[in-house]
Write a protein that binds this ligand. Sequence first.
Ligand code: C2E
Ligand code: CA
Ligand code: CA
Length: 726
Amino acid sequence: MALLRKKPVIILAVFITLFQILLFYYYTLSVNQEVRAIRADLSSQASTLTSNIEERVSIVSGISSFIQTVGFDAEPAVIDRYLSTAYRSTNHLMNIVVAPGGIIKYLYPLTGNTAVYNKSLLLDPELASPGLIQETIRTRAITIDGPRTLAQGDYGLVIRQALFQGNTFLGIVSATLRVDDIISHFMSGGAQVYVTRGNDTYLFGDRPGKGGTPISLPVRLYNQDWMLHTSLSPGNKGKTLLSVFLIDLAFLSVITSVLYSLSRQKKFSRELEHTVSVRTRDLRISERLYEKLAHYDSLTEIPNRRFFMEEFDRLLRMAGPDRTFTLLFFDLNRFKEINDTLGHSAGDKVIRVLARRIHGARLPCRLFARTGGDEFVMLFEDLPRERIPEIAERLAAVAAEPLEISGTYLGLSTSIGISLYPEHSTKKEDLLKYADMAMYQAKGQNGRGYFVFNEQLHEKLQQKTMISKYLLTALRKHEFVLHYQPQVHAATGRLTGMEALVRWNHPEKGLLPPGAFISAVEEAGLMTQLTDWIIREVCRQLADWKQEGLDVPRISINISNSWFYNRNLLPALMSILEEYGLPPQVLEFEITESTALLEEHYPLLQEMRNLGIIVSVDDFGTKYSSLNYLKHFPVNKIKIDRTFITGIGNSSIDETIIKSIVFVASQLGYDLVAEGVENTEQAAFLMSLGCMNVQGYLFYRPLPAEEIRDLLMRQADGLAGRAGAL
Ligand code: C2E
Ligand code: CA
Ligand code: CA
């Protein structure tokens, strides 16, 4: 099989040659077989011929015996009668002759033979072939003369016998055969046969046409050496040849078509091979491309999160007992601000430049990858603990180099969280989580830039995990409670509103402030559910108090951004209000600046306001240079953040900011409330600006519902206003 694949042409040539030899062999075999059949036929013809002549010879012998018995001097009539009987006993005889002393005296039939009557066989040369009479007498054996043209004119064959008495020659007896009759008798078979004397003198028979294969058979008849000839006709040979040729043709055409289909197949498989190889190459290219896309970050061209995770996993699995890893998780501080104020392309550029710089700094890290947004990770192998500050500071310094974006220089800063293998954990998920936590810790501590994960952080994390685990149960078991912090008119102390603030009445830990669980609620995706509960609880409380005849001011509810993605939001809200028989005006929604910035919420916020719900911006001024945005916000009210209020009396910047906010808000027609008012100086400053609405410990802390009820009752009695007034 292997040889067939290597040298197909040689194999094929050998095969064809062998077949041709085989065909030739078959051809000669067929011809020989035919020749043998013809030879057999010829020999049967020969025996027919000899037996025919023998039969006539026996007539001659019979006459000889008769003459010997009766003698030549017997009654001529007796001899004549005998001759006529003998003549009639067989056919094909031309005549019977008895020649005493060689003179033809008795002749039967006389008719047609009179020409030879009384002629001497010994003297007349026309009557026999030269020397043959003498031979007949000398040999005393039967001789055959002819076929030859007889003296009578016919063509015949003469059988003679000489008769003796002792040594005395008495005469000759002969019978003449008609050669034509012999021919028609014994050569009536299919093949053309002719007879020669010796090898060449033609005697009688049909000569075949030229071109055949001659076949001859010698026949010895008394004194004659004859040859019977026939031939394998070219036609017969041709037929065999034709059949061989047809077989060969069929064979060759099969071979040709096999070769053709093989070559086509070869061509086809070559094309297929080519196509396959092209496709394979394309596939490899796209595989590599995919590999790159899958493992590399398209923006920075450094490895992505997936690559990092796979590699980190591999390194941890291969790590020997003494190996240590240091994982740095870091992001840019205030990156969101850059994105929001300068646009996403500027943000992209910052990320790109940062990645390039850090890459160029050639820190001795094993892996460096972008895990998402402005977040990066770096993994160090066997980094001595005492080198961590040096590495972290170098990283922070590289990031802090001024970066020019469309003409302005940005000062970037990073927060780096660090976790250690195996000290903190041996699992990559833990190490990443811890480094992430440490990074948030680093953000909290202004200036230092990095934080190494520690036990306290671990505990905090555990508590957070525990909290998120129990949140759902807490929701179901109604472990959340609302406290309400009144807002008052600074001059009169009259209640102008209340803010609902959630607490978790934890069965073991007691009352937990929102700071301990709000972010966990957000992360657990339960914020919408909690907000829904708060809205319903506020409505229930309002309805309760109204039922008691109390005059309740508007209650504001903190709404997180995720709640806005609640489907069917307004109809659900309206149905709750309807359920408790409340008008929409009893509610105020506090939203964050970032929510207020999202234009997608504008139609909804507008609808709420159309219904009479107040929408206010919480913690105003903390996140953005918001005065510019202020005129776009679809809100009615602004809450000046506590951080500015704290600055009253000791920060002229904060005081200026407050003044600007109050001015712009009054210009744009927004209501104002100042939160976190803790002392009279702050209250007085705000009042001097005309900002009368205040909320803070100076007036009231957030209070449980029962205390608010008392307060409302007292206010109804005209007591509360005096208590709260300055
Ligand atoms: P916030 O919306 O800014 O709420 C005001 C926070 O300031 C309250 O803290 C309140 O107790 C505190 N506060 C009020 N007056 C003063 C003061 O004169 N001095 C000082 N130092 N603090 C004052 P709380 O109740 O711990 O809430 C913290 C934050 O938790 C809230 O800040 C709000 O962002 C979030 N939060 C509270 N309740 C809810 C809620 O129902 N839903 C949502 N989404 N967030 C809530
Ligand atoms: Ca609030
Ligand atoms: Ca606030």
